[in-house]
Write a protein that binds this ligand. Structure first.
Ligand code: FAD
Length: 474
């Protein structure tokens, strides 16, 4: 075989080529007979910019921009702002953890909207109080945890602290408001980034708009053409405003149900099984479904066993599970929501964070004798929120601590449900999201018991048990 037809596999290194040049190199293979190396050798940053201007911007061949990947460091952004920053499905994030780190006094964002306004004092007093109480809670809760998990023989101070820290910080974090600052690392391609910047620039909060602008400016140093036209989107801003007006008439519904399964297809399990057969066969989907419908119980269980029975610990189930989807409405504390939102594959519609849907009290807080200070802090936050919500509900949300409940609508498929429920029901997950994951399992098993029997869950745990063990109030 001549060299020309030899298989070649190699990296285009970002150490040698800019992200825009890598993107053009790949894009040009569509029309050029040259190798990728040869194409790259002919390019310069200027030629790449011209190409993107013509093809990506001019002709809308936007997928080319996916080959330009950026790593963006965002420091001291509020946890409320991270909701928009991390709302992109096609991006990767790692954020400073409220489970493994502690927040210093004053570590909150002061929004531009309140500066030099009467609301500034309300805002500062509320956040300072919450941070102060958070700090005061750490020692008594830590003491209690240390009594329950005493030092092991030969264990060093730091090892003991590492083993017990997340247990007490997990409870104290309920006091931190959404204004608390975080650091986030984001890896994202230029196409997804352009959309992300547009969303940020169209956001109602000044902080998020400023972050969007700063991200755009930083990104333009690496990809000068690809995010150049990312601007505020009137469609987003005006539509959100009109919808907010329209929904205001519907008022506030109180509800105490932590999770409701709003919709699912009764036959979804059969469709997943039919799709799995279809994938390996030559029949039509109708024939596969008719066949699965005709199977008796034992034969259906056998088929389910074939589809999922060989899963080992780190195996991902077949893609055909994505043919079953579920919509849930959850009412979870903000801390749990912040973890839930990281499951990018599903569609999530959270409502604005409010102080009107009640709050959770972790049992450790109560047992450490700290409940009255905790409840007083919740009252302080709730009062400050009420004082500000009529003026600006988006800014008022900064004051809401992690303990407060949040409503979120989510639609996910069975494959994602397997991932989320298996990961988040493990003993090392935070108890709030463990409770939610196990509750999801219970509701889905009631309607689709055959495939969900294969979920790899820890033995002997139930959401009720988690709730009783960890919450004085939900
Ligand atoms: C023990 C533990 C500690 C954690 N600590 C932190 C922490 O300190 N800071 C922090 O920010 N987060 C932390 N997380 C959250 C974690 O980083 C994930 O964001 C979160 O668990 C969502 O899971 P996921 O990314 O697997 O799933 P989803 O977003 O739900 O995605 C589902 C699946 O799709 C695939 N997938 C999705 N996107 C990609 C992609 N871009 N590339 C490749 N495959 C993809 C993967 O198979 C993934 O499992 C922690 C999670 C755990 C379990």
């Amino acid at each position: 075989m001549s060299d020309q037809f030899q298989r070649q596999i190699y990296l285009l290194s970002p150490r040698q080529l800019s992200p825009e040049t890598i993107a053009v190199t790949f894009a040009k293979t569509s029309r050029s007979p040259l190798t990728f190396r040869e194409i790259a050798d002919e390019l310069s940053d200027e030629k790449s910019a011209e190409f993107h201007e013509k093809w990506v911007v001019g002709y809308g061949h936007a997928s080319v921009a996916e080959h330009a990947v950026l790593h963006i460091a965002l420091e001291n952004v509020s946890r409320l702002a991270t909701e928009c920053i991390e709302s992109n499905r096609l991006a990767s994030y790692t954020e400073k953890s409220t489970r493994y780190q502690m927040w210093a006094l004053g570590g909150y964002h002061l929004p531009r909207e309140v500066i030099d306004e009467p609301q500034e004092l309300v805002f500062r007093k509320c956040c300072d109080h919450l941070f102060q109480v958070y700090h005061e809670s750490l020692e008594p809760v830590r003491e209690l945890v240390r009594k329950r998990f005493p030092r092991r023989e030969g264990e060093s101070d730091s090892a003991w602290e590492n083993r017990t820290r997340s247990k007490y910080v997990d409870a104290c974090r309920f006091l931190l408001p959404a204004a608390a600052l975080a650091n986030v690392g984001m890896t994202i391609n230029a196409r997804a980034l352009e959309h992300a910047i547009r969303k940020m620039l169209s956001h109602p909060l000044a902080e998020v708009q400023e972050i969007g602008q700063a991200v755009k400016e930083s990104a333009q140093r690496e990809v000068p053409t690809l995010v150049k036209y990312a601007d505020r989107v009137p469609y987003l801003t005006a539509t959100q405003e009109d919808l907010a007006d329209a929904t205001a008439k519907l008022g506030l519904d109180q509800s105490s149900e932590p999770l409701r399964l709003i919709s699912y297809d009764l036959e979804a399990e059969l469709r997943v099984m039919a799709a799995a057969l279809y994938a390996q066969g030559t029949c039509s989907f109708d024939s596969a479904l008719t066949h699965v419908r005709s199977l008796g119980e034992v034969a259906r269980l056998d088929l389910a066993q074939t589809i999922l029975g060989r899963l080992e610990r780190f195996d991902i189930p077949l893609r055909e599970l994505e043919h079953a989807t579920y919509t849930f409405e959850a009412l979870v504390d903000q801390g749990a929501y912040l973890e839930l939102k990281r499951h990018r594959m599903m569609t999530q519609t959270p409502q604005r964070l409010t102080a009107e849907l009640g709050y959770a009290v972790p049992k450790l807080i109560t047992e450490a004798g700290f409940e009255s200070a905790f409840r007083e802090a919740m009252d302080v936050a709730s009062d400050a929120y009420q004082e500000m919500v009529g003026w600006n509900p988006y800014v008022a949300a900064y004051l809401v601590p992690n303990a407060f409940n949040r409503r979120v609508l989510m639609t996910l498929n069975l494959r994602e449900l397997f991932h989320l429920c298996e990961l988040r029901s493990q003993s090392n997950a935070h108890f709030s999201i463990r409770r939610l994951a196990l509750l999801m399992v219970e509701l889905v098993r009631q309607v689709h018991p055959v495939l969900t029997a294969f979920l790899r869950l820890p033995e002997g745990v139930h959401w009720r048990g988690i709730e009783d063990e960890h919450f004085a109030q939900v």
